[in-house]
Design a binder for this molecule. Structure first.
Ligand SMILES: [Zn+2]
Length: 260
């Protein structure tokens, strides 16, 4: 039954949870066995690597500088973060959460700096043969185009996380092999998100919670994943078990585990 179904949270921030081990245990009881934990700055990278050591094969850590964090950081801080990523990239499962956030980068100078640092992180990820997880806010098209370039240039996949705002953009993504999208708790609360997800290609879809980002006033938790999967399964009129199996295959392929 549902208990035997195995899930993964393809995008969360375990380092930001008040009690990550407790949340991991609660989610594991419901079958959530893997967690892609994203970093935003130096402190969160260190915390995620520590969690990955504590929960090997369960917490899959991403290293990266979040574009919104970048705006408030001086060049010296960013250089130290890039050095840290390069020094620890062997321990990372992917680079993330990286991308473009023009809500926080309002000026052309700030936006160009985000683009430059994104490309530098692409180069680190590519050298380590890693996939990347991309965040975009008020920059969906430029972030999407950057994702296309990463896949074309380096042949490694990209996850456009929380990419459920536009059917039009999703249809463009669907034409590009190597680009995955993830859907999250928005599908529980928002009919618009459900409508977009209905256009996803099932073998390039992942699910996430973005925990602890709040939805409907409550911080998301990785234990919400089975509900997210059930909701998406009902959109596609398939069983949650079959969808979960497909999602696990997709995640293995995204992480480069499928052929090993
Ligand atoms: Zn996130």
């Amino acid at each position: 039954m549902a208990r035997r179904t195995v899930y993964a949270d393809a995008h969360c921030h375990l380092d930001q949870l008040e009690d990550a081990p407790k949340e991991i245990a609660a989610a594991k009881k419901l079958g959530v066995k893997r967690f892609l934990s994203n970093s935003e700055d130096l402190a969160s990278m260190k915390r995620n690597l520590a969690l990955a050591r504590e929960f090997p094969g369960v917490v899959l850590p991403g290293l990266g500088i979040h574009p919104a964090e970048l705006v408030g950081q001086d060049d010296k801080t960013v250089a130290a973060e890039l050095d840290f990523i390069k020094a620890h990239v062997e321990s990372a499962s992917f680079l993330g959460e990286i991308g473009l956030d023009f809500l926080h980068a309002a000026t052309p100078v700030q936006q160009d700096r985000q683009k430059k640092i994104l490309i530098e992180q692409f180069e680190v990820a590519a050298a380590a043969d890693l996939p990347v997880v991309i965040h975009s806010r008020r920059a969906q098209r430029p972030a999407m185009n950057a994702a296309f370039r990463y896949v074309e240039t380096y042949g490694r996949p990209v996850l456009l996380h929380w990419f459920t705002q536009s059917v039009k953009l999703l249809l463009e993504v669907n034409r590009r092999p190597g680009i995955y999208i993830s859907a999250g708790p928005a599908v529980l609360f928002n009919a618009g998100a459900r409508k977009v997800v209905a256009h996803a290609i099932l073998d390039r879809l992942l699910v996430e919670t973005d925990a602890p980002v709040p939805f409907d006033g409550e911080p998301a938790r990785p234990s919400w994943i089975p509900r997210v999967v059930e909701t998406i399964a009902s959109i596609f009129r398939i069983s949650p078990e079959d969808l979960a199996k497909q999602l696990n295959k997709n995640l293995d392929r995204f992480l480069g585990l499928a052929q090993k």
